[in-house]
Design a protein around this ligand. Sequence first.
Ligand SMILES: C[S@@+](CC[C@H](N)C(=O)[O-])C[C@H]1O[C@@H](n2cnc3c(N)ncnc32)[C@H](O)[C@@H]1O
Length: 366
Amino acid sequence: MAIELVWDGKRAAAAEAERASTSIGLPEGNVVVEGDNLEVLRALEDPVDLIYIDPPYNTGNDFTYHDNFAGHEAWLSMMYPRLLLAHRLLKPTGSMLISIDDNELDTLTRLCKEIFSDDRVEVLVWNTEAEGSSGTLKQVRTVRSSHEYVVACHGPQVQWNRIHEALAGREHELQTANLAVNASRERSDHPNYFTITGPHGDEFTRQWKWDRDEIRRLQEEDLLYFGRDGRRQPRRVIPTDHRRTTYLRSILNYGGTTVGRKDFEAVMGREIEFSYPKPIVLLRKLILSASGPEATVLDFFAGTGTTGVAVEAANAEDGGARRFILVQQPEPAGPRAVDAGLPTLAAITRERLARMNVEFSPVYVT
Ligand SMILES: C[S@@+](CC[C@H](N)C(=O)[O-])C[C@H]1O[C@@H](n2cnc3c(N)ncnc32)[C@H](O)[C@@H]1O
């Protein structure tokens, strides 16, 4: 047993989890709930398979959302009842993943170990510059910080999936597959029967497995292989990163802070204020790894709704039918968002999902 974490207000915080509530019936399918997550967590009844949350880190900075709690104790008192309720909602096969940085890593990990037990908590490191950095010069005294954490808390029967990953150092190794259909099944009147010209002008007329547009795309992306001498019938190059399956590594090299910002700006423009949305690729990898195709995924600090976008992306990748439940309180948005007709952060959550054609039912809990 870990050393118990004690702070003033711990008992009162735990009592918050026990307060009575009236249950709210959620519709089927994807749901975005506007309301305080404590209220919503008390009211939820159906167990969930995966919880991802990205709570305020307590940096003390002036972000779009409130991120300045009076010290660790106030932050812990905010988190404790929510984590107790989340733990209760989680299936024994499920996991709860929590993004955090150095400000509260220590307190959060100890609290999680208390709730889930010592051996069911793992700390993963997220490389916040995995796809490059913003290049901004920051004043530092020692090292430039380029990582955050994901604290993973597991139910007693957890089993994660293997995911598709590039094989480090072998990404450029050549693997090819047939591009032409089997000669015995070839038909010269088929629309895919046409000529491909090799790099030395050789012509290959066959029925191909893909149509002209796709072949043109492959050729442009240099994914046709005409043999070592460049004169053989073309084959399709299979990039190695589509072949390999592996377990998620404890160092998460996905996206980065700037990628999260770019994902958000791609649909919302540069004006709308929101501090540090997470990159879709990070959450997609976590979801693919930690949940099955039928999972219900809960995020009760939804922000811009990245978890919802990533659930859809995970489904697109593995053919799954996961659904999400997001909770976001109607915290006032920044002045430019207000000008754009988005008065609250919850309005931003809904707007981003709507612009990305992600279907969901909005629910309001007051
Ligand atoms: C760090 S942001 C989450 C960012 C999100 N992961 C993304 O990619 O956009 C934390 C969010 O939690 C929300 N939040 C804070 N306290 C909450 C509460 N009690 N109930 C619901 N949402 C809350 C904040 O308004 C903020 O939008």
